[in-house]
Design a protein around this ligand. Sequence first.
Ligand code: SAM
Length: 212
Amino acid sequence: MSSDSRKIRLIMELRRSGISDTRVCAAIERIPRERFVPETLRHQAYENIPLAIGCEQTMSAPIVVGRMTQALELDERMKVLEVGTGSGYQAAVLARLCRRVYTIERHRDLLADAEAAFKALLIDNITTRSGDGTLGWPEQAPFERIIVTAAAADVPPILAEQLAEGGVMVVPVDHGRGESRLLRVRRGAEGLETEDLGEIRFVPLIAARGGG
Ligand code: SAM
């Protein structure tokens, strides 16, 4: 099966699994996932599975990228913070749907590969930083949208502070019951409102002071 046919099969699978936002599906269709995958795994780039990217990390399965991107309710004027650049694939999908993405990764080697992929694909609205993403990006705050692509023990308070009025954060939270829940946190006039969007699987978010 050609890479194009695999991609079409994947998009149909995402639609069947609840990714109904056509802009999100179009962005996933336009970003070549194989460019963010280690060469040895390129034949699996359009399978709906997470893939190892080095540094004991994975890039999320396309259905997870679709669910989280759809949950963000993006528009093209928004400034978005991503915590956990990983391969850079999620950031590249976001970059097609918003004005600018600020993305933070704690592993410099992963960040270097992600930056090379952005450059090769001529994506010029992503700004990167290496470091502890739980501290956010205070110089660029507030953000209309924040996405955390690793499971936190709770909604990271510094990130919540960096959310604009009316802003939305999507974050997997693992309360230690053996499963992560995908939460959507909205900053309303009355404070933060949290919605549970269901179960999701993620590697842990590691705060620098946690030493991991
Ligand atoms: N969004 C990524 C992609 O599209 O490939 C997938 C992210 S992967 C599931 C989680 C990433 O979060 C890993 O690369 C990990 O190193 C990073 N990470 C974990 N804790 C972090 C932190 N406190 N600050 C920044 N990055 C962190």
